[in-house]
Design a protein around this ligand. Structure first.
Ligand code: DX5
Ligand code: ZN
Length: 231
């Protein structure tokens, strides 16, 4: 058991005002954000559409801060290079589109290796109903595991507490030492349970971009995480 090492707070741009993305990035940074979480949706893997490579490229020009790009798309093979070219620091791919679910039967580990070979960080994500075992073959190729604590596609949903057993098992049973990121329904009353279950990256959209005072809300997050021992 170690104290949570440098908790990372990553406001999700999905809850920002899309008419002012550059300003919203800076607002989050001034409030104390460590990373920006950028949700990419293709209208197929999830029933929503958001940001493509050209927008990411503009975000890249607007900030030097770490861009954590969450690909909720059916074909990450087609879009991996465009998002890396656009300036993603971390690309996270959903396990549900790899392996048997890939119509071309490609090895998802090669895609993750490709991201790292380009000097960026690689992540694997799993939905609330996906068993943890499915990601185990990929653990050696990733810097981060993203555990979805809501059904992907929209902000503002309620946290699903049953996923905490997955993050705990990642740390305790599988000894995963990379970043463990929780995404969905995180706010001041759910953040500590995530830290207790081994998370060190905390994504929050509505709770941070929707806060009256984002700096104060991030400070509350940090206060609630402080002193918690990592599972
Ligand atoms: C949902 C996205 C999340 C979303 C979280 O599919 O992956 O990153 O922005 O939003 P909140 O924090 O409002 O649940
Ligand atoms: Zn996300």
């Amino acid at each position: 058991m170690n104290p949570v090492p440098q908790p990372i707070i990553a406001p999700s741009l999905l809850s920002a005002d899309f008419a002012y993305l550059g300003k919203e990035l800076l607002r989050a940074e001034k409030a104390g954000a460590d990373w920006h979480h950028v949700d990419v949706m293709d209208g197929h893997f999830v029933p929503n559409l958001t940001i493509g490579p050209p927008v990411l490229r503009s975000l890249r020009r607007a900030t030097k801060c770490f861009l954590d790009v969450h690909l909720m798309i059916e074909d990450p093979w087609a879009f991996c290079d465009p998002f890396l070219d656009a300036g993603a620091d971390l690309l996270t791919i959903h396990v549900e589109v790899l392996g048997d679910q890939d119509p071309k039967g490609r090895d998802g580990r090669e895609l993750l290796q490709k991201i790292r070979a380009r000097g960026r960080k690689a992540g694997i994500a799993l939905n609330p109903e996906t068993e943890l075992d499915v990601i185990l073959p990929y653990l050696g190729e990733v810097d981060l595991v993203l555990v979805m604590s809501v059904h992907p596609g929209f902000g503002g949903q309620s946290f699903i507490p049953s996923v905490l057993s997955k993050t705990r098992a990642l740390r305790e049973r599988h000894g995963f030492q990379g970043w463990v990121e929780m995404d969905g329904g995180i706010h001041r009353d759910t953040v500590a349970a995530c830290a207790e279950a081994g998370c060190d990256v905390f994504v929050a959209g509505s709770a941070l971009y929707g806060a009256l005072d984002m700096a104060e809300e991030i400070a509350v997050f940090r206060e609630r995480i402080r002193g918690i021992e990592l599972a």
